[in-house]
Design a protein. Structure first.
Length: 159
């Protein structure tokens, strides 16, 4: 038969060895963490790119992928809008009033981008219809109707 003291001593030795191993793992993990943090201080983006490069795949030559975009020439289009019923709806582009629909129907010259139909202050429900447009324009569509009732409607003009 074994003595009880020796069993307790044996159990205590196992706990101490386990404790030593845990301490070693924690110290090693702390050293690795400190090294990673110090290397990340110099340039975090470059550091993470280098780490990802090692893990994933060969690096991409990013400057060659980022080609400068050419400045698109400004396209001018003719669009005819009709307010039903006629109302003083302002047509704005780039913050400037380019027309009003007080007479009901108005042909306007617009650039590609967005125009705004400003009906702020008009309590009545107004329908603004696109009567005519240049055939190259994809938006707005022919006979498309925008409802303006005391608000601002954005209209995309694109070809």
């Amino acid at each position: 038969m074994r003595r009880r003291g020796s069993l307790l001593e044996w159990l205590w030795n196992i706990v101490q060895r386990g404790e030593r191993r845990i301490i070693r793992v924690v110290v090693l993990a702390s050293v690795i963490l400190v090294l990673m943090q110090l290397s990340a201080i110099r340039d975090p983006v470059q550091f993470y790119m280098a780490m990802a490069e090692r893990v994933e795949a060969p690096s991409l030559d990013l400057p060659s992928l980022a080609k400068p975009t050419l400045v698109e020439s400004v396209n001018v289009w003719n669009v005819t809008l009709k307010a039903i019923p006629a109302a003083p709806i302002r047509v704005l582009q780039n913050g400037k009033v380019i027309a009003t629909l007080a007479k009901g129907e108005q042909q306007i010259t617009v650039q590609s981008g967005q125009i705004q139909l400003d009906g702020v202050g008009i309590a009545q429900r107004i329908q603004v219809q696109v009567l005519k447009k240049d055939p190259q324009l994809l938006e707005p569509r022919q006979n498309q109707i925008f409802v303006v009732q005391g608000n601002i409607q954005n209209v995309t003009v694109r070809h």
